[in-house]
Write a protein that binds this ligand. Structure first.
Ligand code: KIV
Length: 278
C-alpha cells in the first residue's frame, strides 16, 4: 500500500518555495494532533529530558528513554517525517556505536531520520551514518548538549571568526550528507546567508525568518512549559494555566461532593438489586 508520509526529497523540494513547519513531540497524542494539523516534520527532541522527564538539562536522557518516546510519536504520526534526536553520548564515542544507535531510531523507534548536534568535528561520523543508509538532520549554532563549553545558552556566530566558522560548518555538513540543517540561536543575517549558500533546507530556531523552515519546542508553543523561556519562543496558547485551573476545579468539586453527579456513574438493575437485597 503506498504511504502518504512526506519523504526527504519532498521536504527538500520545499526549499525556496514553501516554508517547512516543524515542532517537537514526545508522545502519541500530541504527535497525532500535529500530524492532523498538517505539520511537515516532527522531532522527538532530546528537549524531552527537560520538558517531559524533568531533568535539569538535556544531557542525562538515555537511548532507552528516547526510544520509548520515539515509538509513541511514530504511532501517532502518519504523514509527518519523524526525526529522532540522538541523545548525548549515543554518537560521540565511535562510528560503530553511532551507526548502531542511529539505526535503533529507525528499527525500533519507527523514525525516518535522526538529528545530530555538531559542526565539522561531527562530519566524518555523520558521513558514516548517512553511508549506512540513515538520513541525518544536522544541527549547528547553539547546540544544547555542548552548552557548557559554549559558555551557556548564548547566540552563536556573532563575531567574524565564529560567523565564518558556522558558514564553513554548514558547507562541510552538506558535504557529509545531511538532508537538512537546524540553525539554533544564530543572528538572522548569518542564518539567511547560510540558507542562500547551501542546497539543503535550513530549519531555524531563534535564527530569524529567512530560513527555509522553523522549529520550536511544542511545550513552549502551547505554553505548557513554564521553566526557562528563550527570547525566540512564541506561545500560541497558555495550556499550563488552563490545566492548573481545570485541576483545581476538579479538586474543589471532589472535596465539596459536587463530582461525580448521577450522569457520571452506573446503576444496578432492579433485578440485581433485589437479588442482593439492596
Ligand atoms: O531537542 C530539541 O527540542 C531540539 C530543538 C531543535 C527544537 O533540538
Amino acid at each position: 500500500m503506498p504511504s502518504s508520509r512526506l519523504t526527504i526529497p519532498e521536504i527538500q523540494a520545499k526549499k525556496g518555495k514553501e516554508k517547512i513547519c516543524a515542532l517537537t513531540a514526545y508522545d502519541f497524542l500530541f504527535a497525532r494532533l500535529l500530524d492532523e494539523a498538517g505539520l511537515d516534520l516532527i522531532l522527538v527532541g532530546d528537549s524531552a529530558a527537560m520538558v517531559v522527564l524533568g531533568y535539569e538539562d538535556t544531557l542525562p536522557v538515555t537511548m532507552e528513554e528516547m526510544l520509548v518516546l520515539a515509538r509513541a510519536v511514530s504511532r501517532g504520526a502518519k504523514r509527518a517525517l519523524v526525526v529522532g534526536d540522538m541523545p548525548f553520548l549515543s554518537y560521540q564515542v565511535s562510528d560503530e556505536e553511532a551507526i548502531r544507535n542511529a539505526g535503533r531510531f529507525l528499527k525500533e523507534g519507527g523514525c525516518q531520520a535522526v538529528k545530530i548536534e555538531g559542526g565539522r568535528e561531527m562530519a566524518p561520523r555523520i558521513s558514516r551514518i548517512v553511508q549506512a543508509g540513515i538520513p541525518v538532520l544536522g544541527h549547528i549554532g547553539l547546540t544544547p548538549q555542548r552548552a557548557v563549553s559554549l559558555g551557556g545558552f548564548k547566540v552563536q556566530g556573532r563575531d567574524v571568526t565564529s560567523a565564518k566558522r558556522l558558514l564553513e560548518d554548514a558547507q562541510i555538513l552538506v558535504e557529509a550528507g545531511v538532508f537538512a540543517l537546524v540553525l539554533e540561536c544564530v543572528p538572522r543575517e548569518l542564518a539567511a546567508e547560510i540558507t542562500r549558500r547551501i542546497p539543503v533546507p535550513t530549519i531555524g530556531i531563534g535564527a530569524g525568518a529567512e530560513t527555509d523552515g522553523q522549529i520550536l519546542v511544542l511545550h513552549d508553543v502551547l505554553g505548557l512549559f513554564e521553566g526557562f523561556r528563550p527570547r525566540f519562543v512564541k506561545s500560541y496558547a497558555h495550556l499550563a494555566e488552563e490545566a492548573r485551573r481545570a485541576i483545581k476545579e476538579y479538586i474543589r468539586e471532589v472535596r465539596e461532593g459536587l463530582f461525580p453527579q448521577e450522569e457520571h456513574g452506573f446503576r444496578l438493575s432492579e433485578e440485581v438489586k433485589k437479588a442482593l437485597k439492596l
